[in-house]
Design a protein around this ligand. Structure first.
Ligand SMILES: [Zn+2]
Length: 359
């Protein structure tokens, strides 16, 4: 199966944070084609082991998260409208008028739409306002609370963008959940390579949980695996759309991206300043593979690598990415060329991994 076929399969699978089971099943099965040792921990982290070509005391963990952001049902109104809160960094700006899928705990997935006032009747002042999530509601066509309950929907059920995957020009795609199904698809490319080409170090590929919720699923895997180094595969926001004015210089179609600095000050006070040895090795690997490697330093971005680096007395980490536009909306957009480039890069990095990381 090609990278794009896998990507489409993963993007069309709904798996919100804490409800990753459909992706856990896919990743466990797909890893199973390439690894003899695949384990799933109690929270759903899927770990596929690839022993070194000759015995090594070093283990590199490469990880991507399986979960996606969404919403959680908080209340079912008497008239059948469904109230929600955000699960992860869902932008309220894009919600009105969008199509969603409610993962009913007592039934099948239910289609719905995010309500918005009829254009003709919207007061002038309201036309340019972004409604906050407490004003948002989902309409599944129900006329009463009983209608909604009949569909199997309960308080606490999860909601996701209606999954979609569409090809655009220039080998680009737009889809729901490129974050981080792109990383999952690249992980599987690496698994296929490692099956017949073991690396000089042990490699464990981890499809991790709950990144969009609390950024700490991969941390739990790292505590158990005790890797010598850990590499995160997740998207980076591209800065190349008209309103952005390239604040971070990252452009779609110009290759994979290495994170040199991320920081998130809104409550978390965390980020990643990558280990210099990993930066040097990533650059050397890009050269060896003949790949362009973009660099980013961005405030406002955070991945679970920021927590992985803090366990077991400290783990050298680095963020590797591909540029994506319109992040966290239902129309995330990226270039398949960049994803292919990232797959080549991580393959090269792992295949030549040094016995000791120098600072
Ligand atoms: Zn992500």
């Amino acid at each position: 199966m090609s990278l794009v076929e896998r990507l489409e399969k993963y993007c069309l699978t709904v798996a919100t944070s804490g409800r990753e089971d459909p992706m856990v099943a896919l990743m466990r099965d797909d890893f199973g084609s390439y690894s003899h040792q695949v384990e799933v921990d109690s929270l759903g982290n899927v770990m596929a082991h690839f022993p070194a070509s000759s015995p090594s005391e070093h283990t590199v963990m490469v990880f991507a998260h399986t979960d996606q952001l969404g919403m959680v049902v908080t209340k079912i109104e008497d008239d059948g409208f469904i109230r929600v809160v955000r699960l992860g960094g869902l932008p309220e700006r894009v919600l009105p008028g969008s199509v969603v899928s409610i993962q009913a705990s007592q039934g099948d997935a239910v289609a719905g739409v995010m309500g918005t006032p009829p254009h003709h009747l919207t007061p002038e002042a309201m036309k340019y306002q972004v409604p906050t999530i407490d004003k948002a509601y989902i309409d599944v066509g129900a006329q009463s609370q009983a209608d909604v309950l009949q569909l199997g929907i309960r308080v606490g059920d999860h909601v996701a963008y209606e999954p979609r995957f569409q090809h655009l020009t220039n080998n680009r795609v737009t889809a729901t959940s490129l974050d981080d199904r792109g990383g999952c698809a690249v992980l599987m490319e690496l698994a296929a390579h490692l099956k017949s080409n073991p690396a000089p170090v042990n490699v464990v590929l981890v499809a991790s949980v709950q990144e969009e919720f609390n950024l700490r699923g991969a941390m739990m895997a790292a505590e158990v695996l005790k890797p010598t180094a850990a590499i995160s595969l997740d998207l980076v926001a591209a800065g190349d759309t008209p309103e952005m004015g390239t604040p971070n210089g990252v452009r779609v179609g110009e290759g994979p991206v290495m994170g040199l600095y991320s920081f998130h000050g809104r409550g978390t006070l965390n980020g990643v300043i990558p280990h210099p040895g990993l930066v040097a090795h990533a650059e050397e690997s890009a050269r060896a593979a003949g790949l362009a490697l973009q660099r980013h330093a961005t405030v406002g971005i955070l991945t679970d690598a920021s927590y992985v680096q803090l366990v077991n007395g400290g783990i050298p980490v680095i963020d590797l990415s591909w540029p994506t536009r319109y992040t966290h909306t239902g129309v995330e957009l990226c270039s398949l060329d960049d994803l292919e480039g990232l797959a080549q890069l991580i393959t090269q990095i792992v295949s030549d991994f040094p016995a000791a990381l120098e600072r």
